[in-house]
Design a protein around this ligand. Structure first.
Ligand code: NAP
Length: 348
C-alpha cells in the first residue's frame, strides 16, 4: 500500500471545513502527514506574515510579543494555516524541502530534497503546523518557527537565490507581484502616485515606474521615518506626507503636486484599511487605481468611486504575475540604492 495520500492538484482533500471548497476559502485545513503523491513537504524556517495581517495582529495584541506568539500559534492550530480571519490575508514562508511526492510536477517546477525555497502562494491556503515559535521580528513582520508546511502541485515557489542574503530575498519575494504589475500598467509620460510608497512594495513600484520614459513619480507616506527615507531616493520625484485614510487631504495634496491634473495611475500599497477613497480621488478621469493592499475593501472602493462619480478603472492586485519573482530580485540586483534600503530596513 502507498504511504502517500492520492494526488490532488489543488489540495482539496486537505480541507476539513467546509468540505469541498478550495483551501483558500476553507475555515480549516488538515496539515497532517503523510503528504500526497503530488505534494512537497517543507521544514519551515520563517513565516513572512503579510504586512496588513501582522499590523492587525500586533494592534490587537498591543505590540506584546508573547501575546503575538500565542495569537499566531492559536490561529494556526485552529485553522491549520496562517490565515488571518480579519484581513483575509496570509503571507509566505521560507524553508527546506524535506520530501518531494513522486507525482510532484518536477519537470515544470524543478526541485529536490534539501533545496531551500520561498513559497509564492499565500499562507492563507498553505497547510501549516507550528511546533515552536523561535523568534518574532516585529519590525519586519517575520516569525522564525519550527514546523512543517505543505505545497500543492499547483503551488508556486522560488528557489532561494545564492547571491542574495535570505532575509533580503524574503522581503523582496513577499511583494514580488507589485513591481511586476507596475511594469505592465505604467506607460510613458504618466504621473504615478504610490500610496504607502515608503514601504516594501511601495519603493519597488516607484523604482519600476520611474524606468518608463518621462514618468513622474509621487510617493505618499505617513511616518516621518518613511518620508525621510523617500526623500533620499532619486527615482521619487515628489514626496507627500499625509494620512491615506483622509481622502480629502490626500486629494488636495495630489492636486497641488500635479497642478490639478491628478494621477494617471494610483498604486495603493498602504497596509491599513480605509484608504480606498484617497486612491480614487487622486486619480484623473479615465485613469487607473491598482489596489495591491490586502486591507482594501472591494465594496468601499467600488461604491465609493460610484458615490463621487469617479470614472476610473479599479483593479485588484494579483499577487502573481508570471516571472514576478525573477523581476523583483533583478530590481534589487540592478539598483544599489534599492539593495541598501532593503538591507538597512528589512534585514534585521
Ligand atoms: P509595508 O512595507 O508595511 O508598507 C506599507 C506602507 O504603508 C508603509 O510605508 C506605511 O508607512 C504606509 N502607511 C501606513 N499607514 C499609512 C497611512 N495612514 N497613510 C499613508 N501611508 C501609510 O507593506 P508591504 O509589505 O509593502 O505591503 C503593502 C500592502 O500590500 C499590504 O497591505 C500587504 O498586505 C499587501 N500585499 C499584497 C500582496 C498581493 O498579493 N496583492 C502581496 C503582499 C503584500 P509608514 O511606515 O509611514 O506608516
Amino acid at each position: 500500500m502507498s504511504s502517500f495520500r492520492p494526488s490532488d492538484r489543488f489540495g482539496i482533500q486537505r480541507v476539513l471545513l467546509p468540505s469541498g471548497v478550495l483551501p483558500q476559502q476553507a475555515d480549516q485545513l488538515d496539515p497532517a502527514l503523510p503528504i500526497a503523491e503530488d505534494e512537497l513537504l517543507i521544514e519551515v524556517e520563517s513565516l513572512n506574515i503579510d504586512s496588513a495581517s501582522f499590523h492587525q495582529i500586533s494592534t490587537v495584541c498591543g505590540g506584546d510579543l508573547l501575546k503575538i506568539e500565542k495569537h499566531i500559534v492559536d490561529l494556526v492550530k485552529r485553522r491549520g494555516k496562517h490565515h488571518n480571519p480579519v484581513t483575509g490575508s496570509g503571507g509566505m514562508l521560507i524553508g527546506r524541502v524535506t520530501a518531494v511526492g513522486p507525482a510532484f510536477p518536477v519537470r515544470e517546477k524543478p526541485v529536490q530534497v534539501g533545496d531551500r525555497i520561498a513559497t509564492l502562494v499565500s499562507l492563507s491556503l498553505t497547510p501549516l503546523e507550528i511546533r515552536k515559535v523561535k523568534r518574532i521580528h516585529p519590525k519586519v513582520d517575520r516569525v522564525d518557527i519550527e514546523g512543517h508546511a505543505i505545497l500543492f502541485a499547483s503551488g508556486l515557489f522560488s528557489l532561494l537565490p545564492s547571491d542574495l542574503p535570505e532575509s533580503l530575498a524574503l522581503a523582496v519575494l513577499d511583494v514580488a507581484g507589485a513591481p511586476a504589475q507596475t511594469r505592465r500598467l505604467v506607460q510613458a509620460n504618466q504621473t504615478v502616485v504610490v500610496i504607502g510608497g515608503g514601504g516594501k512594495s511601495g519603493v519597488l513600484c516607484l523604482y519600476e515606474a520611474k524606468k518608463s520614459l518621462g514618468v513622474t513619480t509621487i510617493a505618499i507616506d505617513y511616518s516621518d521615518a518613511g518620508i525621510d527615507r523617500l526623500k533620499t531616493l532619486p527615482f521619487v520625484d515628489q514626496v507627500i506626507q499625509a494620512d491615506a485614510r483622509n481622502a480629502v487631504e490626500v486629494m488636495k495634496k495630489v492636486s497641488d503636486a500635479t497642478q490639478g491634473q491628478m494621477a494617471d495611475l494610483v498604486i495603493n500599497v498602504a497596509n491599513l484599511p480605509e484608504t480606498e477613497m484617497s486612491s480614487v480621488l487622486s486619480c484623473k478621469r479615465g485613469g487607473a487605481v491598482y489596489f495591491f493592499s490586502m486591507a482594501t475593501s472591494f465594496t468601499r472602493a467600488a461604491l465609493g468611486a460610484e458615490g463621487v462619480g469617479a470614472d476610473v478603472d479599479l483593479r485588484i492586485g494579483n499577487g502573481y504575475t508570471s516571472g514576478h519573482a525573477q523581476l523583483a530580485l533583478d530590481l534589487i540586483r540592478e539598483s544599489k540604492i534599492l539593495r541598501k534600503l532593503f538591507t538597512d530596513v528589512y534585514c534585521s
